[in-house]
Unconditional design. Sequence first.
Length: 401
Amino acid sequence: MDLKSHEPFWLIKNGLLTSYPSLQEDANCDILIVGGGITGALIAHQCVSEGKKCILIDKREIVNGSSAATTSMLQYEIDVPLFELQELIGAEGAIASYTVCNEAINKLGKLAEKIQSKAGFRAKDSLYYAARKKDTIRLELEFAARLKAGFGVQWLSQDEIWERYALKGGYGGILSAQGASIDAFCFTHELLAYNVERGLTIFDKTGLESVRYDTDHNVVLTSTGAKIKSRKIIYCTGFETVNLIPERFVDLLSTFAIVSEINTEQYKLYKDLLIWNTSQPYLYMRTTDDNRFLIGGEDEEFQNAERRDRMIEKKAQRLKILFNKSFPDQIFHTDFTWAGTFGVTKDGLPYIGEHKKFKNSYFVCGFGGNGITFSVAAMDMVSNWINGHGHRLDQWFKFGR
């Protein structure tokens, strides 16, 4: 499955940062990580930190899947509002899910600092505003739920949103004092390189063809003909996991994004802010670390990559129109346009854990708009599992829930 198209901004901005060899000889390890995006990099970092011998493989160039197309808005807010999630799974699970995403942003910031990342991690506020007047009722319910749960939020009126941000059409909104942005493509390369120095072995252009699941280990046949014997496999294959697991557990959507030309003066007002709204599908916006504006949204049901790609120009024009309506005093000159594929679940939560059909294996699938923060949360979960313990989030993130 092709998870991106056209010219994702991060690929052009960064170029080819690192290249790894394909696997040409049989190998063995404690843990085999399948998938070289940001999820695989985070899980590899955790496993290496646990002293495990790890191999990571990817069928493409490293970080050339969906991590190259992400808009990298780091939010604790899940696609399903907190007050609705409480009704779906109960208050305990809903608050725990929001809390772990909240904590994940801080953890990612500390990790970026630890590895001396140049990927532009920046802490930001997050504004979630009502795109229609009737949406304020549900948004006020969400505000009350977050406030009761102890999250740092404040309510902004329509006038306050305009006065602070010159944003038109926001009929009230929730301002959260927790959020961030990062260049996920660059950060993933940095994190992998950091762990290669600590013993991680990486092979790209090495796909997983088949697996023989034995009692205490697995043997993977790769696309190069070489085999890997491992005690555990951790699948970090994102939306392509639908090709592995037979039952339908996630719906795939296409999302579209555009990035402006550099305009330092124009966009500095928004450099510490993430913006998204209650539209269906919702619109989301942020600035980049080199003073551009990034806009995403206009989601469509994913059918095939060709159909998605044919829609890019039309969707890009629509996103620019929405920007102009939202910021009538700003000018947007489009520099990059692209599309990506992502998954949504029935409750907005990821699928992280074991699957009954895969022995000695775990899956880390951070679906929805919180893929990165869910993957950070999975680091602790994986640590518990490989040390023989459960995790408090298992029951809410498991398959078959």
